[in-house]
Design a protein around this ligand. Structure first.
Ligand code: ADP
Ligand code: MG
Length: 328
């Protein structure tokens, strides 16, 4: 490893906060970590690649935030309490300014959730960020994809389609407005853009749903696709009420109903929790929502017939053919 990379690691090490359960953090060949007695270790990993998972003009701090946020979102969807993370950073050259900016976003979110960065790897190559997160959950308490039951309510947190909408705007600008949308080059509505660049992992809600919700998934690939994963794993189907899907003011302002529905149902990068629960526990879910100040909305039901069907007041709904999911 070159001096430049060693310097980068020293920069990272100087800024990280520790935790009592980190016996040995950054600096040795490996970290030593103490899992609390009676807890299961929950592990997840996600990679962000330049041009695939974030546009080229994304600020380093936003890349840092999002790299951790998408991972914490996976822990949230399991009902796990985040504890530690590792970071693999691949960069074309040792770029201290990039690393400093990246850490601004990454560590701000890490601090919010008391997550300690305990190790990683720093290499040369195309810009790519891979994070692994570790958390804890009591045995038998994890929210799994295979636990949905016929008759369950289907719920979702927050609002849907904001990140995908920002991407549509960004693409429209980047292509000189060829899609017919009138936005300045590369410009997105700031509220929508914040949802794309700085997703909020619903960690507190996921924790509060333990013992109440049954199946849970975080919405990263588009709502209907992710509900499909739950249904397949659980051996059930789902009926989704498109009119009920929660929308932000910003989304309502910018897009007509039809476009909005497409973004909400199939756009990616929401990082909201979609979960199922018996209708008997609606009050408990509303209480969990209030306790964690995280909005939740009932959007459908789990049925015996396999597959995911969607409808509006007008009848059966299917996603409009649109290539807005990828920007590269
Ligand atoms: P080794 O050669 O033994 O793999 P490295 O020189 O790659 O060790 O890393 C030295 C130390 O710095 C290790 O503790 C490693 O976990 C940590 N480290 C390296 N890169 C990062 C990074 N991007 N973020 C956090 N810790 C890192
Ligand atoms: Mg190494």
């Amino acid at each position: 490893m070159s001096t430049a990379e060693f310097d980068l690691i020293a920069r990272i090490r100087a800024r990280v906060a520790s935790r009592d359960d980190v016996v040995l953090g950054i600096g040795d060949d490996a970290a030593l970590l103490q899992v609390p007695a009676g807890q299961q270790l929950v592990v997840s990993m996600d990679t962000l690649n330049l041009g695939v998972h974030f546009p080229e003009d994304t600020a380093p701090a936003d890349i840092g935030w999002k790299a951790l946020a998408v991972n914490l979102s996976d822990l949230a969807a399991m009902g796990a309490a985040p504890a530690w993370c590792t970071l693999s950073l691949s960069m074309p050259q040792a770029d201290a300014a990039f690393v400093d900016g990246f850490l601004d976003g990454f560590l701000a979110l890490a601090q919010q959730h008391a997550v300690a960065l305990v190790g990683g790897d720093t290499t040369r190559g195309p810009l790519s960020v891979c994070v692994t997160v570790h958390g804890f959950v009591e045995p038998g308490m994890a929210l799994r994809r295979d636990a949905a039951r016929v008759g369950d309510d289907l719920w979702v947190s927050g609002t849907l389609g904001d990140a995908a909408a920002a991407l549509v705007q960004w693409k429209a600008g980047a292509k000189g407005g060829q899609s017919g949308l009138s936005f300045a080059k590369g410009h997105s509505d700031p509220l929508l853009l914040a949802r794309l660049n700085r997703p909020t992992p619903r960690v507190a809600l996921g924790r509060a749903l333990r013992g109440i919700a049954l199946a849970c998934v975080d919405v990263s690939d588009g709502l209907l696709a992710d509900i499909g994963h739950v249904c397949e794993t659980s051996g059930v189907g789902a009926q989704v009420d498109i009119d009920a899907l929660p929308a932000s003011e910003a989304l309502r302002t910018v897009f007509d109903r039809q476009t909005r529905h497409g973004l909400q149902a199939t756009g990616g990068d929401d990082y909201e929790l979609c979960f199922t629960a018996s209708p008997d526990v609606r009050d408990a879910i509303e209480a969990a929502s209030r306790d964690t100040t995280t909005a939740v909305t009932r959007i459908g039901v789990i049925v015996a017939t396999p597959g995911v069907t969607a409808r509006t007041a007008e009848g059966a709904w299917s996603a409009p053919a649109a290539g807005w999911v990828h920007f590269s």
